[in-house]
Ligand binder design. Structure first.
Ligand SMILES: [Zn+2]
Length: 178
């Protein structure tokens, strides 16, 4: 799968959002919506801060993009996300009628676009979304691994950093938890 300069810019924007999530002690996942080559929406995981299981990067980026363009459909848009979208986000991406989704790393526990299902390619749905994966995967994976490593360290040393209480560390799989 070949990626162009616009793809790299989109994923860089998503990674910057993931780093923002990390600074806020959230699971570091970020998303960016590009329309006509411009970033129109950004979002990062906020499930803990907002006490909201729907506070995923993709959902927040879609909301921001729709508000920015004043429409509830983002026809022609590409969404970049650092982790494979879950069922909820894949559904939202379909509802938003985006043209394409690009993610960096798969999510074996919640991923609904390749890992557990292929929602975006479901033959029963009348809208199809192109998908691609693997762009800047090393960077996205390093952010996640660093986050969960810090949680494990905090668990061994409760007086240390974080003091978080997530479940079993497993790559991106705890994006919903906390
Ligand atoms: Zn999601």
């Amino acid at each position: 799968m070949a990626f162009g300069a616009e793809d790299c810019a989109g994923m860089e924007a998503a990674l910057a959002e993931a780093r923002r999530a990390l600074r806020e002690e959230e699971v570091p996942i970020g998303a960016a919506v590009l329309l006509d080559g411009k970033v129109v929406g950004l979002g990062h995981n906020r499930t803990r801060a907002d006490i909201d299981p729907t506070g995923h990067a993709e959902i927040l980026a879609l909301r921001a993009a729709c508000a920015a363009v004043g429409a509830n459909r983002l026809v022609g848009a590409t969404v970049y996300t650092t982790v494979e979208p879950c069922f909820m986000c894949a559904g939202a991406l379909m509802h938003a009628r985006v043209a394409r989704v690009v993610w960096a790393v798969r999510d074996p526990k919640f991923g609904a676009c390749a890992s557990l299902a292929e929602v975006l390619r479901h033959p029963g749905l009348n809208h199809r979304v192109d998908q691609a994966e693997g762009l800047m995967a090393d960077e996205a994976r390093a952010l996640l691994q660093g986050f969960f490593r810090a949680i494990r360290a905090a668990r061994r040393d409760p007086g240390g950093v974080g003091g978080a209480s997530a479940g079993e560390p497993n790559d991106a799989a705890e994006r919903h938890g906390g």
